[in-house]
Design a protein around this ligand. Structure first.
Ligand code: FES
Length: 127
């Protein structure tokens, strides 16, 4: 699967919102560092977090076991399987929030905003 990613911190810097329709188009127009915006491939046997790490990215995590939400991402396109999730509410799941530490792509293309742990409603969840 191919993953387009964007750092949540960038949204705050530019005053963008997660539900902006053209979020990734706007991100492509400004000159963002590869840390914050880009693309990598996820192999069949990898979680999203593992693929990010193999691609040289230091995405946030802590437990790697579906219990802390430090690794949370917002899916804007595509889907991740979620083997273990002890933390996300129905409401957050409906908003496309997933855990990168054990989520594996089930679609060929994904658009994800990572580093979402700093969103206030997720900050409250983190251990
Ligand atoms: Fe703790 Fe993913 S790292 S839930």
């Amino acid at each position: 699967a191919t993953v387009d990613y964007l750092n949540y911190d960038v949204l705050k810097d530019y005053g963008w919102e997660l539900d902006d329709d053209d979020l990734f188009e706007k991100a492509a127009r400004v000159d963002l560092d590869e840390v914050d915006f880009g693309r990598f491939e996820v192999e069949d046997d990898e979680t999203l977090l593992e693929a990010a790490e193999r691609s040289g990215h230091a995405w946030p995590f802590a437990c790697r076991g579906g219990a802390c939400a430090n690794c949370a991402v917002a899916l804007l396109e595509g889907e991740l399987s979620q083997l273990v999730d002890h933390i996300l509410s129905e409401d957050l799941l409906e908003q496309g929030i997933r855990l990168s530490c054990n989520g594996r792509p089930t679609t060929d293309e994904l658009k994800v905003v990572y580093n979402i742990k700093h969103r206030p409603d997720l900050d409250d969840l983190r251990l």
